[in-house]
Design a protein around this ligand. Structure first.
Ligand code: IMP
Ligand code: MG
Length: 179
């Protein structure tokens, strides 16, 4: 198997515009509230760094790292917490920041786990959303950009841990054979 980046799906200026819009929306919606922002590693790290600087509200910043149990292609619907938050979210306005929502299974499980910790509320902000791939219902409050069923990389998103450093988002074509 090999892969190559094909067309640019989001340029750096598209991403800047997306961040500006999300930052304004979130700033407006959290008037007079401190936000407890949780970035989901590793995919959200670039998006998170841009997003928090576009939000004009007091906030605390934390990170979690989660992975699906078992076979990656057939999700069991359970997630494994690799790194938990450092702080307690009880009584907080939690904003989860994720790179992309695909089947929705990761986010659904994560919300279920975090709700048990009694936050005041939980909202979700995802840079990208693939609604056509959804297998479970999950409410995404802030979406940067909806995408068709393609595999994208860059701006934090990876393919086998590569391409996270691309400053734009590209569609990745994966092919077999010796090309
Ligand atoms: P879900 O549980 O199926 O919604 O999986 C979401 C996770 O799958 C994301 O956090 C990404 O790590 C990964 N993922 C899904 N689609 C893509 C993609 O197009 N590019 C890179 N990673 C993806
Ligand atoms: Mg990934």
């Amino acid at each position: 198997m090999a892969e190559r980046c094909t067309e640019i799906f989001c340029s750096e200026s598209d991403l800047q515009e997306m961040i500006r819009r999300l930052g304004e929306q979130i700033t407006r919606d959290y008037a007079d509230q401190e936000i407890y922002v949780i970035g989901i590693l590793k995919g959200s790290f670039v998006f998170m760094a841009d997003l928090v600087r576009a939000i004009d509200r007091p906030m605390k910043i934390d990170f979690m790292s989660v992975s699906s149990y078992g076979d990656a292609t057939v999700s069991s619907g359970e997630i494994n917490i690799r790194k938990d938050t450092d702080g307690d979210i009880k009584g907080k306005h939690v904003l989860i920041v994720e790179d992309i929502i695909d089947t929705g299974i990761t986010m659904q499980s994560l919300i279920r786990i975090l709700m048990e910790r009694e936050p005041l509320d939980i909202r979700v902000c995802a840079a990208f959303d693939k609604p056509s791939r959804r297998v479970v219902e999950v409410n995404i409050d802030y979406i940067g950009k909806q995408i068709p069923d393609a595999f994208i990389v860059g701006y934090g998103l990876d393919y086998a841990e590569r391409y996270r450093n691309l400053p734009h988002v590209s569609v990745l074509e994966i092919y077999g054979g010796d090309q």
